[in-house]
Write a protein that binds this ligand. Structure first.
Ligand code: DX5
Ligand code: ZN
Length: 220
């Protein structure tokens, strides 16, 4: 069985001590950096943009997983590639020509992810599952950290796992929002490959230890 990966979400970091928090992740058992880009239009919040991502990638030594919560993401694909994104995830709900967007991301040498909001069915991805590298299932409504996990996510993971195996695809399943030590094991058992964790990691007292435990629980 493949290991379940842990991706701390930098949205919950202390921006006044960003380099310190990035180095904490570098030196921890975490696998990826999860970077949330919000435009205040697709979601009701604005996070950070290119200059901050540049500062993050300068110090980060692990996979850079960028989650775009923006309208018309095609405009910025080349720029995110230049800034060092390894994975670029766009929202299903924000793309009119999703297939074209996926191809444009991969043409820049990045892995392409598709994120779906809690109301969006995983069945809508059937016809594109072989073309995408990762599906990000939102387990809260996108826009803010620190919200509570939506239980229907388990069904979505199970159904997506079926779709992936029916199509002989090797798409990764990433879960984003409200992940804690209380749901990590069940998420992983249901078929999740990557768990994003923001508040649970950065608001804890011993962050490296929290990451270590979360990873242990997810792989138990
Ligand atoms: C929410 C973001 C998440 C967020 C998760 O829109 O996509 O990545 O940072 O934060 P927690 O783990 O606090 O729910
Ligand atoms: Zn995210």
């Amino acid at each position: 069985m493949n290991k379940t990966l842990i991706a701390p979400s930098v949205l919950a970091a202390d921006f006044g001590n960003l380099q310190r928090d990035i180095e904490m992740v570098n030196n921890s058992e975490a696998d990826w950096f999860h970077i949330d880009i919000m435009d205040g239009i697709f979601v009701p919040n604005i996070s950070y943009g290119m200059p901050v991502l540049k500062a993050i990638t300068k110090h980060a030594e692990k996979t850079i997983d960028v989650h775009l919560m923006i309208v018309d993401p095609d405009r910025y694909i080349k720029e995110f590639a230049k800034l060092g994104a390894d994975i670029l995830t766009v929202h299903y709900e924000a793309c009119t020509h999703l297939h074209r967007t996926i191809q444009a991301i991969q043409a820049e040498g990045m892995k392409a992810g598709v994120a779906i909001n809690p109301h969006t069915s995983v069945d809508l991805l059937k016809d594109i599952i072989n073309d995408i590298d990762l599906v990000l299932i939102m387990s809260v409504n996108p826009g803010f950290g620190g919200q509570s996990f939506i239980d229907n996510t388990y069904h979505k993971i199970q159904r997506l796992t079926e779709i992936i195996s029916m199509h002989n695809a090797d798409t990764l399943i990433e879960i984003d929002g409200g992940v804690t030590d209380e749901n990590a094991a069940e998420l992983s058992r249901a078929g999740a490959n990557v768990l994003v964790a923001g508040s649970f990691v950065f608001k804890s007292e011993n962050q490296p230890e929290t990451i270590k435990n979360l990873k242990k629980i997810a792989n138990s």
